[in-house]
Design a protein around this ligand. Structure first.
Ligand code: 6GU
Length: 222
């Protein structure tokens, strides 16, 4: 998979790309991630990327030209174009699985107070990562990228993500490691029993219990 990210703040991605699982996935050639500075595509002599809103109002608006040109430059028949915006469809694990099967993602990060409405016509989908406002789409694009890359075959053990919270709309079961008794806080007896069938049943019960208590909304989703 290839992921091209369009941003006004490319440095925000430095640590994201050079640590942990994402770094390994890139080194192992499971994914190519390119960060593009939207400003590099500006045709303005001063590399301007935003302007005042028609009709007046607060703040500056991202102009269409740099983004249209960047997308035109990067787009292929395999591209799936995502616009990060708080007005998008709320992101979840199901959407992550859908995106994992795309060959090429182009992710556009909105910034400042907004972007020219015509930029929307470029996008196949608009994604928000939740009901709160960020200063820009950069962190949101990293959230989406991280959640998709870890699902790519061979990036982490498949068994590991099949048991994740939100597969089958259930939260994770509790896990423990040594010691079996820490300051009087004891590991449930059943996990020390070595009886794998019972342990699996217990874990499934715990998932249901937790989900009912903490996220009953998940049990109503399809
Ligand atoms: Cl994608 N962008 C911004 N600016 N804020 C957000 C968001 C995106 N998702 C949730 N809040």
């Amino acid at each position: 998979m290839k992921i091209d990210i369009l941003t006004l703040f490319p440095n925000m991605f430095d640590n994201f790309l050079t640590e942990s699982i994402i770094k390994r996935a890139i080194n192992d050639k499971k994914v190519i991630i390119n960060i593009h500075n939207i400003r590099d595509y500006s045709k303005d002599p001063h590399k301007k990327v935003d302007d005042y809103p028609f009709g007046g109002g607060e703040g500056m608006v991202l102009m269409p030209q740099p983004i249209f040109d960047a997308v035109e430059h990067l787009k292929t028949p395999d591209s799936y174009i995502i616009l990060m915006t708080p007005q998008g469809i709320k992101y979840n694990q199901k959407k992550a699985y859908e995106l994992k099967d795309k060959k090429h993602l182009i992710i556009i990060c909105g910034h400042y107070e907004g972007f020219d409405e015509r930029i929307r016509t470029l996008a196949d989908t608009e994604i928000s990562i939740g009901d709160y406002v960020l200063t820009g789409g950069e962190l949101a694009s990293m959230v989406v990228t991280d959640s998709v890359v870890r699902l790519i075959d061979g990036v982490i053990e498949t068994n590991s993500h099949l048991k994740d919270s939100f597969n089958n709309n259930l939260l994770d079961y509790p896990t423990y490691t040594r010691p079996a008794d820490y300051k009087g806080l004891k590991v449930p007896e059943i996990l020390l029993s070595g009886h794998h069938e019972n342990i699996n049943m217990w874990r499934h019960e715990q998932q249901l219990k937790r989900t009912k208590e903490r996220r009953p909304d998940l049990l109503e989703e399809d």
